[in-house]
Design a protein around this ligand. Structure first.
Ligand SMILES: [Zn+2]
Length: 153
């Protein structure tokens, strides 16, 4: 009886020290994973502020009419009418749908840039710059892996 109790205590400690920290890490708001089939590359961009290789996304060449949704939570983020070829190698847009994103100043790599996150799930999508060709002068530089394109017809 005494031995079993000891084993139980040891097992509980093992569980607390080895598994709980991971659960806590994934349950906080900064890692709000809704789509459980996201790949490691998608998770790295969306929750660790990563960036995909330029010219790697097939969405660079997407020309159909439709909407671009968040790959994590499915929120509608961009309209195809606002997509353009910026030559940077990342899907680029002159404007986002109203309320789609929240922005934050990012000082990494010695640069001051404005990064944006999905307003619904908090996932990182890209950076917005003031050199866009549209009337508001914005260029949303979005990682293709964070987007799901849904054609309208
Ligand atoms: Zn989202």
């Amino acid at each position: 009886m005494k031995r079993r109790k000891f084993v139980n205590i040891m097992c509980s400690s093992y569980i607390i020290y080895n598994f709980l920290p991971i659960n806590f890490a994934y349950s906080n708001n900064s890692k709000n994973i809704i789509n459980t089939s996201l790949s490691d590359s998608q998770k790295n961009i969306m929750f660790n502020e990563g960036t995909e290789k330029p010219f790697s996304s097939p969405l660079n060449y997407e020309k159909r009419k439709g909407f671009y949704h968040c790959a994590n939570c499915d929120a509608k983020l961009f309209k195809s009418d606002n997509k353009y070829d910026s030559g940077t190698g990342w899907p680029s847009f002159t404007e986002a749908l109203p309320g789609a994103f929240k922005t934050k100043i990012d000082y990494s790599f010695g640069m001051k840039r404005t990064e944006y996150h999905c307003a619904k799930c908090g996932a990182h999508h890209g950076h917005v710059f003031n050199d866009g060709p549209g009337k508001n002068g914005k260029r949303y530089c979005n990682n293709g892996l964070c987007l799901i394109f849904k054609p309208s017809d």
